[in-house]
Write a protein that binds this ligand. Structure first.
Ligand code: FES
Length: 164
């Protein structure tokens, strides 16, 4: 496990201190840590558990129950690839594999360089464009045939290389 930065630890301490001795604060503290750091590190779960008088295991249970919480840092660029039925029959698994290869991020993981997170999702409501993925909030339809999503990844890589 990577060590947290001092600023992240201070942020967690501030959030926990604000909610200490208040009723039912676990979810609120988790939301604030998630919003502030982009994920919930294990250290935060320990501190939240201590403040709420519960165990880290119970807090962990809450974190894993709600889809909006994540225990891994997200990449700078977030990709959602749809593995819903319409996309699946139109090759979304191949699209997901290509995106994984180009980004260096496994499915539901973040690349080692921290640039990309690749998350599998259910139907995005754009089945007519299957297979579909979303990169940084923008929809890329017919992504396998058109190659648009892969081109976007290459563009991002080039931009990031320029900005050093
Ligand atoms: S199944 Fe992918 S958008 Fe509906």
């Amino acid at each position: 496990m990577e060590k947290l930065s001092p600023s992240a630890l201070t942020e967690i301490d501030t959030i926990v201190a604000k909610h200490r001795n208040q009723p039912g604060p676990v979810i609120e503290m988790l939301h604030e840590v998630q919003n502030s750091l982009g994920y919930i590190p294990f250290e935060a779960m320990e501190k939240i558990a201590e403040a709420a008088g519960t165990s880290p295991a119970q807090v962990y249970g809450v974190v894993t129950f709600y889809a909006q919480f994540t225990t891994q840092p997200k990449g700078k660029h977030v990709i959602n690839v749809c593995l819903g039925t319409a996309c699946y029959v139109n090759g979304s698994q191949k699209l997901a594999d290509l995106l994984a290869e180009k980004t260096g991020a496994g499915i539901n993981e973040t690349s080692r360089d921290g640039l990309f997170s690749l998350d599998a999702t259910r139907c995005l409501g754009a089945c007519g464009l299957a297979p579909v993925c979303i990169i940084d909030g923008k929809v890329y339809g017919n992504a396998l045939v058109s190659g648009n999503a892969i081109r976007r990844i290459e563009e991002i890589r080039a931009q990031e290389a320029d900005h050093g």
